[in-house]
Design a protein around this ligand. Structure first.
Ligand code: PLP
Length: 283
């Protein structure tokens, strides 16, 4: 039985009830976060906290998520996930419950905080070694995708476009540039150089992306943070996606065309192994 957290209480999931007047339900008025826990240790909690604070402040939701670190740990405990190789905790914070008006509620209401934990099932290494395929999808998201808001319809449609095409991932393209995935960031590799889109309002600043920079530097790869054109993407030696529930996922084919040799490359493999080492270490 899964135990979830809702507004200060730990309850069986079946007993967690949210009002139909919740602004998350009515307007998508809120933010979310997904934090990995490697054998019970939260990975880069400070960065997740900072990203939540940034989102809450941009949406003008008055809530301090600092206290949620405890809730993350408690949820892992309640669900016997402390020893799981990789677990995750999902956090969903909405502006709260109020009669439906577009403007903020006139009387302040408490935000709704809903959280749950689960185990991440990493694909077996032999599956990973086969690589994954992607399709490009025109990026029609709003202009603040740097905020991790719960409005994810374009992401839902992007991922579904990949599934409909019989592949695993999508790559958003906009103004001739390859930007990121529907639920992950996107990297290309040229020789010993790893390239990814700059932090801006056009991508979500991924915490795995950030961690990868450190791993790449340690392994002696150059990191270039710049936009890459679609033509350039098709010339890359390797490509991969990164994310909390993606880790490092090799992309070996895009729109039916092989990336490099069409096989998982040495740089992606070294970065994934380096990432697992960093993530698995108790700091
Ligand atoms: N980009 C998008 C659109 C995402 O939804 C996510 C994760 O949910 C990421 C990138 C990767 O971010 P992180 O590495 O912090 O999980």
């Amino acid at each position: 039985m899964s135990i979830v957290y809702l507004n200060g209480e730990y309850v069986p999931k079946e007993e967690a009830v949210i009002s139909v007047d919740d602004r998350g339900f009515l307007f998508g008025d809120g933010i979310y976060e997904v934090t990995a826990a490697y054998r019970g240790s939260l990975f880069r909690w400070d960065l997740h906290l900072a990203r939540m604070n940034r989102g809450l402040s941009a949406l003008r939701i008055d809530f301090d998520p600092t206290e949620l670190e405890e809730v993350h740990l408690q949820l892992l405990k309640e669900n016997s996930l402390q020893e799981a190789p990789v677990a995750f905790v999902y956090t969903h914070i909405t502006r709260g419950v109020a009669p439906r008006t577009h403007q903020f509620p006139s009387d302040p209401v408490a935000p709704t905080v809903y959280m749950f934990a689960g185990e991440y099932s990493r694909p077996p290494r032999n599956r990973w070694e086969e690589g994954y395929k992607a399709v490009t999808v025109h990026d029609q998201r709003w202009a603040r995708v740097d905020l991790k808001t719960i409005q994810l319809l374009p992401n839902v449609l992007g991922k579904q476009a990949a599934i409909d095409a019989g592949v695993d991932e999508c790559i958003y393209v906009k103004d001739g540039m390859a930007i990121e995935g529907a639920l992950n960031n996107f990297f290309t590799v040229f020789g010993n150089t790893v390239v990814t889109h700059p932090t801006s309002n056009q991508i979500l600043p991924g915490i795995t992306r950030e961690a990868l920079f450190g791993v790449a530097e340690k392994l002696g790869y150059e990191v270039e943070v710049r936009a890459i054109t679609i033509e350039e993407m098709f010339q890359a030696d390797e490509a991969f996606h990164t994310g909390t529930l993606t880790e490092v996922k090799p992309c070996v084919e895009i729109d039916g065309r092989p990336v490099g040799t069409g096989k998982v490359g040495p740089v992606t493999r070294a970065l994934f192994d380096g990432f697992l080492e960093v993530a698995g270490r108790k700091d």
